[in-house]
Design a protein around this ligand. Structure first.
Ligand SMILES: Nc1ncnc2c1ncn2[C@@H]1O[C@H](COP(=O)(O)OP(=O)(O)OP(=O)(O)O)[C@@H](O)[C@H]1O
Ligand code: NI
Length: 334
């Protein structure tokens, strides 16, 4: 990966809102994302920070009452927001695939896993032969390959199983198999492991890393776990209350976090917090995303706040691919 290469995905100033009875929820509020070819980008932040909505917006899968109100989404230089529904469907599955947070609801309970993989292949795989029988045979062979690739034994037989006949970990693998069926250039994995026990978590993550290396694809890994990010991601983007608050190469962000929120996240993880430091969760709650005052969104929870934080805070470019949204950085301390 070189930083000068044209990005695979570039999102600028994305805003996605939900119109609710209580008011307009600014779920994603001015988010920029860059994913380079071949890299793995980690996206972290507490529950409700806008991680899933950001990437559902990229896939144009946000449902009413949600909608994208601003921003550009460019994939290999093509503007995804301007594509027809038909063209967008071709991009999904073929170029970009996303696995959803909840595998059980994301899979269709009424179809066998084989049928679900075949559906994707028939819709997107242009390398399948034309004749009906040859096409069926080739697609089935590919479906078996995909299940084997994600480590499911007796794949040929398992094609006939329904989603509920698999364990949670297996269902995540199946979702990954479906996502990878057309060899996308970008895989967006939304919390692929939260529901799983530690051993299976590691297996699923190793699997994604392995396939990424073999297929040369880019990965966006959405997770609560900075430990996972430190192990698997080249760069990390930290989200808080609908905004990106810090971004940079993983090793340097973990070694020297610039935003107080990132420091808070690190201190709440036993295996990453600095030795001798007390492990402590961040106190307080994420602010209500309706009627946000123009001030640092972390203000109420920040131990380092000053009066000047009560104004609009922009992202600052700090060199060496580091960016953070904290006014105290300009004072030379943060
Ligand atoms: N259907 C909806 N209606 C109203 N608001 C919504 C809806 N879906 C999401 N939101 C708002 O968008 C915010 C961001 O949600 P999102 O799912 O992106 O968070 P997340 O960072 O993925 O959290 P988690 O880690 O729990 O998955 C939520 O806090 C919520 O306020
Ligand atoms: Ni989410």
């Amino acid at each position: 990966m070189t930083t000068t290469a044209t990005p695979l995905l570039q999102v600028q100033d994305l805003r996605t809102v939900f119109e609710t009875r209580a008011g307009r929820v600014f779920a994603v509020d001015g988010v920029d994302v860059t994913v380079h070819p071949g890299e793995c980008l980690g996206v972290v932040g507490e529950s409700g920070s806008g991680k899933s909505v950001t990437f559902s917006s990229v896939m144009r899968l946000v449902r009413a009452p949600g909608r994208i109100v601003n921003g550009s989404i460019s994939f290999e230089g093509r503007d995804l927001r301007g594509l027809s529904v038909h063209d967008m469907r071709r991009i999904r599955g073929r170029d970009i695939a996303m696995t959803m947070q909840d595998a059980l609801t994301a899979l269709n309970p009424a179809l066998t896993v084989g049928e679900q993989i075949l559906e994707v292949l028939y819709a997107h795989d242009e390398t399948l032969p034309k004749g009906r029988l040859a096409r069926q045979r080739a697609a089935r062979a590919k479906a078996v390959d995909m299940l084997e690739l994600v480590g499911i034994a007796s794949a040929g037989d398992r094609l006939k199983y329904y989603p509920h006949e698999f364990s949670g970990g297996m269902r995540q693998r199946i979702m990954i198999a479906i996502a990878l069926a057309c060899r996308p250039k970008l895989l967006i994995a939304d919390e692929p492991t939260t529901a799983l026990d530690v051993t299976i978590q590691a297996q699923v993550l190793e699997l994604i890393a392995d396939i990424r290396a073999r297929l040369g694809m880019s990965v966006v890994l959405i997770t609560h776990d900075l430990g996972v990010v430190s192990e698997y991601c080249d760069r990390v983007m930290v989200m808080y209350a609908g905004q990106v608050v810090e971004e940079g190469p993983t090793a340097s962000v973990i070694r020297e976090p610039l935003h107080p929120y990132t420091r808070g996240l690190l201190q709440s993880i036993p295996r990453l917090s600095l030795r001798g430091q007390k492990i402590s969760p961040i106190e307080g709650q994420v602010p209500d995303l309706i009627d946000l005052p123009p001030q640092c969104r972390f203000y109420s929870r920040c131990g380092e706040r000053i009066d000047a934080c009560r104004q609009r805070i922009d992202m600052r470019d700090l060199g060496e691919q580091r960016r953070a949204r904290c006014i105290r950085l300009s004072e030379g301390k943060a």
